[in-house]
Ligand binder design. Structure first.
Ligand code: ATP
Length: 312
């Protein structure tokens, strides 16, 4: 029972993301790439419950295929909890129960959302009360997409994607996600992009020295204009993901044939996000794709960032 000094249970929600724009710069000497990204948090949401424990343990459930989710110290949520404990000197541990609704290894930042949720949940459970700026600092040490999962909404990310500035967005964007197929490894997709660029293929966008966001994307988001967003949206990793998984290119064409305004591989894939004109159009596109046997879900964005839903 909580007595005001301690908490027994904290429930936190954290959103998955889509990249509505993703430009990738040249590979850096350390193997990383600078990017210019526009993130949108979407209504595929992870729930994390934190309860007190002497150790750091985790259980995972959810509506997505959970294969590939580690249940030990490799799990990003556990790494987040351990990092917070070591930074604050907290001597105890936590048991985390993660309810996953973001496809695993789908380029939608599910692990990053779990890490953000674990940071916020443990900070509340342990009453360590870190200022937001320090939480963001810990988040960026855990992974490039973790700070955005904390922030949510719509944001431009530069550097490794973790230097964030919030962007204005009006209205609601409806997306149909196709999440079938095994996950794609992010480093492998970047490696394929480097390989394709080295071949100077005409269909591959060359590396921008200093990648920047196309202003048309930001205008479309500010105006809440899905058709304009569809024309300006772009992901430099898309060709690489399609080269590794040729069925993705057919899937994109298929969804557009069913009325989607565009089909974007999300991050490093293999989730494909189809932008629809409105919720009814999304429902229809989703139905057609499901009839063809695809694993489909309808989400919308932008939604808010990581937040405590209940604490007792
Ligand atoms: P990224 O682009 O950050 O590699 P993603 O968004 O494509 O990731 P995630 O669902 O975050 O996909 O998982 C990527 C990999 O991270 C998984 O294959 C898994 O091995 C590992 N992982 C670690 N912690 C988690 C977690 N809590 N949930 C899912 N995967 C996790």
């Amino acid at each position: 029972m909580s007595n005001g000094a301690t908490l027994d249970r904290v429930l936190v929600r954290a959103p998955g993301k889509l990249n509505v724009f993703f430009a990738v710069g040249d590979v850096q000497p350390d193997g990383y790439h600078d990017v210019a990204s526009v993130y949108q948090a979407v209504s595929a949401v992870e729930e994390v419950v934190a309860t007190p424990s002497d150790d750091f343990t985790i259980a995972v459930t959810g509506s997505v295929d959970l294969q590939g989710v580690p249940l030990d110290d490799r799990n990003l949520a556990i790494r987040a909890a351990r990092l917070l404990a070591s930074e604050t000197g907290y001597a105890g541990g936590v048991h985390l129960v993660v309810d996953k609704h973001v496809p695993v290894a789908g380029g939608m930042g599910g692990g990053s959302a779990d890490a953000a949720a674990a940071l916020v949940a443990c900070d509340a459970l342990w009453r360590t009360g870190l200022p937001v700026a320090r939480l963001h600092d810990l988040a960026s040490r855990l992974g490039a997409d973790v700070p955005f999962a904390l922030l949510g909404g719509t944001a431009v990310g530069t550097g490794r994607g973790d230097q964030l500035s919030p962007a204005l967005a009006r209205g609601r964007f409806d997306w149909v996600l196709v999440t079938d197929g095994e996950g794609l490894s992010t480093p492998v997709v970047y490696g394929e992009l480097d390989r394709l660029r080295a071949q100077r293929r005409p269909d591959i966008a060359p590396a921008a020295g200093d990648p920047v966001v196309d202003p048309h994307v930001l205008q479309a988001l500010r105006a809440g204009d899905a058709a304009t967003l569809a024309r300006a949206a772009r992901n430099d990793l898309q060709e690489a993901a399609c080269a590794l998984r040729p069925a993705l290119a057919d899937l994109v064409a298929d969804g557009i044939g069913h009325g989607a305004l565009t089909g974007l591989v999300s991050g490093s894939g293999p989730t494909v996000a189809f932008l629809a004109a409105d919720p009814d159009a999304a429902a229809m596109i989703g139905e057609r794709l499901a009839e063809e046997g695809h694993d489909v879900r309808h989400v919308h964005g932008p939604v808010g960032g990581t937040r405590v839903v209940s604490a007792s």
